[in-house]
Design a protein around this ligand. Structure first.
Ligand SMILES: Cc1cc2nc3c(=O)[nH]c(=O)nc-3n(C[C@H](O)[C@H](O)[C@H](O)COP(=O)(O)OP(=O)(O)OC[C@H]3O[C@@H](n4cnc5c(N)ncnc54)[C@H](O)[C@@H]3O)c2cc1C
Length: 447
């Protein structure tokens, strides 16, 4: 079997490796338009936080490793055309020389690009986005030099950047059009705690403000105009709205209304010999009626595994996503899974929630760490819909427990009586999840 994969980032790589593991006889050709592979987009943050020595280290596969696995990797090869009837692709090198290649199965892993739908970026030198290695090298250099920086978008990327840039003698502005940061992931209670940490760090936070344009762009210090004010800055990072890259296939494959490629639970497109995965597709979300565009690596690698399995004839369905995330910002671990209360209401669900601050350890220990926990339940069924955690102690694995609980439709009562470990030197009896569920249930039942 000859399988061609377009795109050698998280999704393409996972599919290629899985295909070769499943059947070493499979001919796997991985085609990538860039000159390098496997860079992790948040490398800038890791470098600024001194977790890695070099930006170039932030990769999980080298070309040599892939080639040792028998994967044929073509770099600087941009696919320009797919002829699905003849099962042929055309690609070109950097000198515009064209080549053709046939396939038996094709896997689309062309991912997403970052751009804002309503904002024209005036100059890449001064206002930019970053995702791949070359753009990250450029951005890192500019971030180090600039004395005043505006970051547009208060999602994970924007907040992580603020954290990495704080305390370096720079004036940092974080501009978010919504009324809270990380609103796609956490409710108002955790947002408020995070916003306070952002402000305490000296970052100037602008909520409820949209960027409408830029002026004096030719000056070293130019203006970012928001709906409320004119902010002086030397450099702007736009960390908003990724969009699926479907350029190659939008004319012959079925697309969803949000512009992603339509796939079934096997990641098969409207053409049975073409699979799609990663950031070019939408995902079924637990407790949601619609599939959504959720550009997260956890979805990418799972959909890639499913696509590879099915391309080789092993039937495997994609499980739902709870869009589980975690980060470390301003000295705290913040994690989330499932729907926020606002999202659940948008889905037409009648929900109730509990927000508590609980001690991680028993009182006799000198270490005193708290965890903020929020859980959202459906009224009536008491089914868990969403969960959010924030703590100085790393308890991020607990968010995976909550993700599993949501996926398996676990109820409030089941969480109270669930078996979780206790160790007197580490945690509290019941642990934070059962404990929060217990306090909420008692509150509901008490006379
Ligand atoms: C700054 C930043 C930080 C992020 N941090 C996180 C994080 O902490 N956790 C998380 O879960 N997610 C994170 N994400 C999201 C994550 O990076 C994406 O979900 C992921 O990269 C998508 O992987 P993918 O393989 O589907 O596509 P992409 O990574 O978008 O890669 C697609 C590949 O296809 C290639 N390609 C496209 N068209 C062609 C063509 N015609 N011919 C040949 N090659 C082509 C591209 O060059 C590219 O290499 C972050 C994103 C950004 C921008």
């Amino acid at each position: 079997m000859k399988i061609v994969i377009i795109g050698a980032s998280h999704g393409g790589l996972q599919a290629a490796v899985t295909l070769r593991k499943l059947n070493p006889q499979t001919e796997v050709i991985l085609i990538e338009k860039r000159s390098e592979i496997s860079f992790i987009s948040s490398g800038i943050v890791l470098k600024m936080n001194q977790l890695v020595d070099e930006l170039d280290d932030v990769r999980y596969f080298s070309l040599e490793e892939l080639r040792k696995k028998g994967i044929n990797v073509l770099l600087n090869a941009a696919v320009t055309k797919i002829n699905s009837e003849e099962k042929m692709i055309t690609y070109q090198n950097t000198h515009n020389k064209k080549y053709e290649m046939n396939y038996e199965k094709l896997i689309l892993a062309t991912g997403s690009n970052q751009f804002s739908t309503n904002l024209t970026l005036p100059s890449k030198e001064k206002v930019t986005v970053f995702k791949n290695y070359p753009s990250s090298v450029e951005v890192l250099e500019k971030l180090e030099k600039a004395k005043s920086i505006s970051i547009v978008g208060g999602g994970y990327i924007g907040v992580e950047l603020c954290d990495a840039l704080k305390g370096k003698g720079k004036e940092i502005h974080l501009i978010e059009s919504a009324d809270s940061v990380l609103f796609r992931y956490v409710g108002k209670e955790l947002s408020a705690l995070i916003e306070q940490k952002i402000k305490d760090s000296g970052v100037k936070l602008h909520l409820n403000e949209s960027v409408i344009g830029f002026s004096n762009i030719e000056e070293e210090t130019f203006i970012t105009n928001t709906t409320n004010e004119a902010i002086e800055n030397e450099y702007v990072i736009v960390a908003v709205n990724a969009r699926p890259d479907t350029t190659l296939v939008k004319d012959f494959l079925d697309l969803n209304a949000n512009g992603t490629i339509r796939v079934n639970e096997h990641m098969q497109t409207s053409n049975p010999d073409i699979y799609a995965l990663g950031d070019v597709i939408s995902y079924p979300v637990s407790n949601s009626y619609r599939k959504s565009f959720i550009p997260l690596v956890n979805n990418v690698v799972r959909s890639a595994t499913v696509a590879a399995m099915n391309a080789l004839g092993h039937s495997m369905n994609y499980n739902k996503t709870q869009k589980t995330t975690a980060t470390k910002i301003f000295g705290c671990y913040v994690s989330s899974t499932g729907l926020t209360e606002v999202e659940a209401k948008f889905e037409g669900m009648d929900v109730e929630s509990v927000f508590l601050t609980l001690p991680c350890q028993l009182p006799y220990l000198q270490i005193k760490e708290d965890v903020h926990i929020k859980m959202v339940f459906e009224k009536g069924t008491h089914k868990l819909i969403g969960g959010q955690l924030m703590s100085e102690k790393d308890i991020t694995q607990s968010i995976n427990t909550l993700s599993l609980a949501i996926n398996k439709e676990t109820t409030l009562e089941e969480l109270v009586s669930m078996d979780f470990y206790f160790n007197p030197g580490i945690n509290h009896p019941m642990g934070v999840i059962s404990r929060a569920a217990y306090e909420f249930l008692i509150e509901k039942l008490k006379e």
